[in-house]
Design a protein around this ligand. Structure first.
Ligand SMILES: *Cc1c(COP(=O)(O)O)cnc(C)c1O
Length: 367
């Protein structure tokens, strides 16, 4: 998909806000905690290369989800360590070594496959993943962890770290969190051969469960200034949202009482009304369930009326506005603000998904 630069729809990324968020978060971490910046999924839609390059001096390691996201950073000149968080198949060992990517090893079966295929792990750096209750990837017992570390070493790998991931660190009820933390701490205490870097905390755990913080933290959503819990828990300190989504009116017309708007003719004007068309739709990640939500024009909320189509949507304006008038979908205009979290509430989803769905068609501009 091409980035549609000849269209007024833009995501404006405030790199300074991301940099400020890092300093704010760091100021609340114990000194010497390593800061891992999670820039997977194109830095949650903010643009992985631009974000990583702008914060490289502030962080210790970048985390990505797969090998290709790591390659993208390496090929753009990023020098800091890069940890691939997702499980990879042994076929990818070569490329990981070639591009100096640290990989996550999550099972004994992986090691068996390496043995069977006669692969060498020399020069490969790894972190071991422990499944302490998330149920996704990772070894599930002390015995498996000991065996995996021993086996990986025999095959030449360098074991730099060990980590786990919490399923509920963003929830009010912390019982599952406590169970996972206890499990992981006990496992680490009894490990025969402890790697140097031990980490558990995502954004939520770093914000609300400081007892989880070990030698490093893995910060994703908080970098971008959003609350990992949505609206369930209050941020312990303020963060600055870094992404602003805007567009402009490309068509404005007055319709008569009774006139219909959009696919399915789901909206009918009750009186004579001004309708503006905004060039963004579900192919941009602005999904159909945004019908009924609002955007900002001239500092005022305007309802999205009629169905959101693939490339366009229609809004009800209080009066005539000229073509090219700015429309704010996420961000501040005048005294009003629309947050990614509010968009997520409208969609019954999480702010992470709202950001990640913004498609490549929307150009990212950096300020
Ligand atoms: C995505 C991810 C993170 C970052 O999570 P946030 O909630 O965005 O801070 C941390 N660790 C792992 C293993 C992840 O997959």
């Amino acid at each position: 998909m091409v980035s549609s630069i000849h269209r007024p729809t833009r995501a404006k990324i405030n790199l300074q806000a991301i940099s400020d968020n890092i300093e704010t978060i760091k100021s609340h971490l114990p000194q010497k905690t390593q800061f891992f910046a999670v820039v997977k999924a194109n830095a949650y839609g903010h643009g992985a290369v631009n974000v990583a390059k702008s914060i490289e001096n502030q962080v210790d390691t970048f985390c990505v989800s797969n090998i290709d996201e790591g390659l993208e950073l390496r090929q753009s000149g990023v020098k800091k360590p890069i940890l691939v968080l997702g499980a990879i198949l042994p076929d990818e060992i070569k490329v990981a070594i070639q591009y100096d990517l640290v990989v996550t090893i999550a099972s004994l079966e992986w090691l068996e496959m390496v043995k069977k295929e006669g692969l060498s792990l020399s020069q490969l750096s790894v972190h071991i993943k422990v499944d302490s209750g998330m149920g996704r990837i990772g070894v599930r017992s002390l015995q498996q962890a000991n065996q995996l570390i021993k086996g990986l070493k025999e095959y030449g790998a360098s074991i730099e770290g060990i980590f786990t991931h919490f399923a509920t660190a963003d929830e009010k009820d912390d019982s599952q969190y406590q169970q996972q933390l206890t499990f992981f701490k006990e496992l680490i205490n009894q490990l025969e051969d402890k790697p140097a870097i031990i980490h558990t905390s995502n954004s939520a755990a770093s914000l609300w469960h400081t007892d989880s913080i070990m030698t490093a933290v893995r910060i994703g959503i908080a970098l971008y200034g959003l609350n990992p819990s949505g609206v369930d828990l209050t941020l312990p300190y303020p963060l600055k949202p870094a992404l602003h989504l805007e567009s402009a009116l490309v068509n404005v017309k007055e319709i008569n009482s009774g006139d219909l708007v959009g696919y399915g003719a789901t909206y009918q004007a009750k009186q004579s009304e001004w309708i503006g068309t905004v060039p963004i739709g579900y192919a941009d990640g602005w999904t159909r369930d945004m019908q009924g939500f609002s955007v900002l024009v001239d500092g005022e909320f305007c309802e999205i009326v009629g169905r959101v189509s693939m490339d366009q949507m229609t809004i009800r304006l209080p009066n005539y506005y000229p073509l090219g008038t700015k429309v704010t979908l996420i961000g501040r205009d005048g005294n009003q603000t629309i947050t990614a979290t509010q968009v997520a509430q409208q969609r019954k989803t999480i702010n992470y998904e709202v950001l990640c769905l913004l498609s490549e068609r929307i150009p990212r501009e950096y300020e």
